[in-house]
Design a protein around this ligand. Structure first.
Ligand SMILES: [Zn+2]
Length: 570
């Protein structure tokens, strides 16, 4: 007897063996009777009282020939040696008018964690098929239902969820899942799934009371949101006309020469990942980011990169330091390719590349901090493992949506946060002991980056949200914004004797915009201590060429510094 199958499965098998020759079982069982066939397998119900272990009740099947007896045996799982004890001898239970149900009450011990119970029914014509069930040797309080630890938003394209995911503790007893919104989602017991039928709120009830088990534990309700199928625009290499002016995040789907495409754009996965990232942010902080859209739908460009995976991988060729980590120069490489396909760079737009290749098995993405470039990729089956990854079991967010948010927050100037095990900004610069665990959170202290800026930036102060809030745009080198004080490059000089003019090249002439006085920096980065606080409000959108001019004095000549360019995108 080595075959051990689950309670649910066993029962289904037993039901298929039923023969309905005797359609109704009367209350008066004859003490002896002539039979033509063996009886059907007994029916079992495992129940828990408030205290004590499971009680297994066998009753006569409602159809088929009547049995004269049940035979049953048990085995216990020894959790100390991690093995099943030998089966007990078969025990016989004779069925009579006054003894129709066998009740086996198990005992709880510290040594055993499960009981396997096997039984069959018999009469003078033979015996039924065997039923076997395996239940935990736990009290009902140890079987209390918990809410499923899955994402609170899921895409309609997921189409079904295995019912096993609604038993987060693997309690080992069948849990009855019932939909309370059957037009949105419905259970399919033959496939053991919850089918997703339509967008909306799917409400389900989980119960430990069914034909197979009964506990005194209360049912629990659980609900999640099913997102409608995204509109996937026709594939293009171009950035389409923008719906809005100003800051936005443009998504680029990248395939490389040496990795097969998973076609994540046409499958709708990219749109889903972005939509689910937005839903998660909205649930956590009540805000959504501004993504580039065309006629209301996510505007994604595709880029068939000429690079190989290794060209874009960590540690290959020139590297750059991002958030204290050395990563490949993949971001400027991809940005250059994208810009070439689009007739120049797009200052003021953040580019988020989703690369269909495993760039580095240790990460799922990286981003400049602060910056306008970031990427995510699939990892080695770590960051994405197909549609079941949408469930985000434990984390309550799928890892691709998680990566999109994490890397964009780096772009906004947020560093890794190593203070708990759930923060979305935990990164590999945190200690190894800080392993991601439990539902992902976003700065629960409201001091690090949501409401405070201890970790580099307060994302609520940035103008990156679809509700129009925020005071300033992402601070980027060589970029300034209308209505925000522009901080010009800081340079150091040997003397404070000269005034500094900020000049702009206008129609071939250098026009002085403002004049500044030097001050001494108490902690200069080099040998020269004098510097100027050059700040000015931009007066027009566009690409501006500036230079610094040091005014002549009796002792010093005029000095014209190298011109530099600052773009004001909006
Ligand atoms: Zn990071």
């Amino acid at each position: 007897m080595e075959i051990r199958i689950s309670l649910r499965l066993t029962h289904l098998v037993a039901l298929t063996l039923l023969l309905s020759l005797f359609p109704i079982l009367t209350n008066d069982l004859p003490a002896a009777f002539a039979c033509k066939k063996p009886p059907a397998s007994p029916i079992s119900l495992t129940s828990w009282a408030r205290t004590g272990g499971p009680a297994i009740k066998l009753t006569v099947a409602p159809t088929g020939e009547l049995p004269t007896h049940f035979l049953w045996a048990t085995s216990l799982y020894n959790k100390i040696n991690k093995k099943w004890e030998p089966w007990s001898a078969w025990k016989k239970f004779t069925i009579s008018k006054n003894r129709k149900n066998l009740i086996y009450q198990s005992k709880l011990t510290s040594k055993y964690s499960q009981i396997s119970f096997v039984s069959y029914a018999g009469n003078t014509c033979g015996r039924s098929g065997t039923i076997q069930l395996r239940v935990p040797l736990k009290s009902s309080s140890q079987l209390t239902l918990l809410p499923p630890q899955i994402a609170s938003s899921l895409p309609l394209s997921l189409s079904s969820i295995s019912l096993n995911y609604f038993d987060p503790d693997y309690l080992g007893i069948p849990i009855l899942v019932t939909s309370q919104t059957p037009s949105i989602c419905t259970t399919d017991l033959t496939k053991n799934v919850l089918s997703l039928l339509a967008p909306g709120s799917c409400k389900i009830r989980l119960s430990e009371n069914s034909k197979l088990v009964s506990t005194p534990n209360p049912d629990i309700s659980f609900q999640f949101n099913i997102l409608e199928n995204p509109v996937v625009l026709p594939e293009t290499t171009q950035d389409r006309t923008d719906d809005i002016q100003g800051f936005q995040i443009h998504v680029v789907y990248v395939t490389v020469r040496d990795a097969p495409s998973n076609d994540f754009y046409n499958s709708g996965d990219i749109n889903n990942w972005v939509a689910l990232a937005q839903e998660w942010l909205y649930e956590q902080i009540g805000k959504r980011l501004i993504f580039d859209t065309f006629q209301g739908s996510l505007d994604v460009s595709t880029l068939k990169s000429n690079y190989l995976t290794s060209d874009l991988s960590h540690g290959n060729g020139a590297t750059e330091i991002i958030d204290g980590e050395e990563v490949a120069d993949s971001l400027p490489k991809l940005a250059n390719e994208f810009n070439q396909a689009n007739g120049g760079g797009k200052v003021g737009k953040n580019l988020f590349f989703i690369v269909d290749a495993n760039l580095d098995p240790r990460y799922c993405g990286w981003g400049k901090m602060p910056g306008a470039l970031a990427l995510g990729y699939l990892g080695e089956g770590r960051c994405w493992q197909g549609s079941s990854s949408y469930l985000g079991v434990g984390l309550k967010i799928n890892y691709m949506s998680d990566t999109i948010i994490h890397e964009l927050l780096h772009n906004f100037g947020v560093a890794h946060v190593c203070i708990d095990q759930s923060d979305i900004m935990i990164g590999n610069s945190c200690p190894d002991s800080l392993v991601r665990k439990g539902a992902v959170t976003i700065d629960t202290t409201h001091t690090r980056y949501v409401g405070g800026s201890l970790s580099g930036a307060n994302i609520l102060s940035l103008k990156v949200w679809s509700d129009g809030t925020g005071e300033r745009h992402i601070p980027l080198p060589d970029v300034c914004y209308m209505g925000e004080l522009c901080i010009f490059p800081t340079k150091y000089w040997s003397t404070n004797a000269q005034l500094l003019d900020l000049q702009e090249s206008v129609g071939g002439n250098w026009i002085t915009l403002a004049t500044f006085t030097a001050y001494k920096d108490p902690n200069p980065p080099g040998a020269y201590p004098y510097t100027y606080d050059v700040k000015l409000m931009p007066t027009s959108i566009g690409v501006h060429t500036y230079r610094y001019r040091l005014q002549p004095t009796a002792a010093w000549n005029e000095y014209l510094d190298t011109p530099f360019v600052i773009t004001v995108p909006y």
